[in-house]
Design a protein around this ligand. Structure first.
Ligand SMILES: NC(=O)c1ccc[n+]([C@@H]2O[C@H](COP(=O)([O-])OP(=O)(O)OC[C@H]3O[C@@H](n4cnc5c(N)ncnc54)[C@H](O)[C@@H]3O)[C@@H](O)[C@H]2O)c1
Length: 382
């Protein structure tokens, strides 16, 4: 139940959408619309630098105010919640502007291009009751991941021992012909950052903190600055060992997270989202059938989705509590990815917590590594 002191009690949360592109139109707006039907939210404004796009977006959805300028929208509309679906290099500035205007933020993955950017955002959050900035990691949400997270936390299947985390997708040459793709500055990273982040984030959400990573990266097919495939070995604090693969070179596309525990294997196989039926639990031979039935009881099916996460976020706002996927909980997959790149480019084992201010990987995922960092732009004579 909302606290009586909540600034949102007894009224709808006033939301604004920044970015009227594919994800704004396809995921943010439908989730907000559904919660509006339930009396939770109302969408008061949308922003995009493309004037025609944002005006069409507002007209189609009945949103009263279209803007091309984020700061003007924030000043005039004072929304309670801002959703951000713009390219990753804009996430830091737009999130900070929204927090400073007093709005909670729900920003798309990948969160920001570096840990330094993430920490700068965290420094702008409220200290007691918000506003907070959370990252869209919709695969953590829904009945499947909630059930398995609880089983793993309660250790009912025994200790987790071995894990696999696989994002093996396929992107062709035409995909990388778009100028902003494949570049650190504009895409933020390669498939580890742009594609595999969802699976790695889910693995961390299920298994808890990692402790060290050893990785390799390759540029095998595409004419890109970043990698087009990476592999990593990750040790978790609880002792489990995991392999991670992030590829855009794999014609047979699949997303998979698998955890072998002492008494059962849990496996999720999907592509871009999961429901209860995508999870499989295979017991060790001696486990009683009633126990197996209890493990396999996922409850009513709530597929992973933007809606499932937004519903929890709105509840956190009403309770004045830090939402999941914000702060340290929202930073964890970015830290693992940063460490994956550092390990791959320096041929070393990287430990959690070691990348901080002064480390070149703190401010840039390529870490200025020879052969990986962008070439210096030629100086133009005056
Ligand atoms: N959670 C997921 O599963 C998922 C899926 C796809 C994309 N994404 C993420 O969503 C984000 C956007 O991706 P997309 O596919 O929607 O891209 P897109 O290009 O379709 O949309 C981005 C929109 O941002 C607008 N924009 C650019 N600069 C702006 C500015 N300064 N102010 C306001 N608007 C601006 C563009 O005009 C465009 O309409 C990316 O971070 C992407 O990784 C997440």
């Amino acid at each position: 139940m909302p606290r009586s002191t909540s600034p949102f009690s007894g009224r709808r949360i006033r939301a604004a959408v920044i970015g009227a592109g594919a994800i704004g139109r396809g995921s943010h707006l439908p989730a907000l619309t559904r919660l509006a039907e339930e009396g939770e939210t109302e969408v008061v404004a949308a922003v995009d630098i493309d004037k025609d796009a944002v005006e069409a977006f507002c007209a189609e959805a009945g949103i009263p105010h279209a803007y091309t300028d984020v700061d003007l929208m924030l000043a005039e509309q004072r929304p309670d919640l801002v959703t951000i679906g713009t390219p990753p290099t804009l996430h830091r500035a737009q999130t900070v502007s929204a927090l400073r205007a007093g709005a909670w933020v729900w920003c798309e993955k990948p969160p920001v291009p570096s840990l330094a950017d993430f920490d700068a955002i965290e420094a702008e959050e409220g200290t007691d009751g918000g506003p907070y900035a959370s990252i869209v990691f919709q695969h953590r949400f829904g009945s499947g991941s909630r059930h398995v997270r609880r089983l793993l936390a309660e250790r009912t299947m025994g200790r987790p021992l071995v894990a696999h985390c696989q994002t093996t997708w396929y992107r062709d040459t035409a995909y990388y012909a778009v100028p902003w793709r494949g570049r650190w500055q504009t895409e933020g990273g390669g498939p580890a950052m742009g594609h595999g982040i969802h699976q790695m984030d889910l693995l961390l959400d299920l298994l808890g903190p990692w402790s060290e990573v050893r990785a390799m990266a390759g540029r095998l097919v595409h004419d890109v600055e970043t990698e087009d495939v990476s592999t990593a070995l990750v040790r978790f604090e609880n002792g489990a060992l995991a392999t991670v693969v992030n590829s855009v070179l794999s014609p047979d596309e699949v997303s998979r997270v698998r955890v072998d525990c002492e008494r059962a294997t849990v496996e999720l196989t999907h592509l871009y989202g999961h429901a209860n039926a995508d999870w499989r639990i295979t017991p060790a031979p001696d486990v009683p059938s009633e126990q197996v039935a209890a493990w396999r009881d996922f409850g009513p099916d709530v597929p992973s989705s933007h809606l499932a996460q937004l519903r929890e976020l709105v509840a956190s706002m009403r309770a004045g509590e830090r939402p999941r996927s914000s702060g340290p909980d929202g930073r964890t997959s970015l830290e693992l990815i940063t460490a994956l790149y550092k390990s791959a480019f320096t041929d070393t084992t990287v430990r959690r917590g070691e990348i901080g201010p002064g480390d070149p990987y703190y401010t840039a995922l390529h870490g200025d590594a020879p052969g990986w960092a962008p070439e210096e732009a030629e100086e133009v004579p005056a």
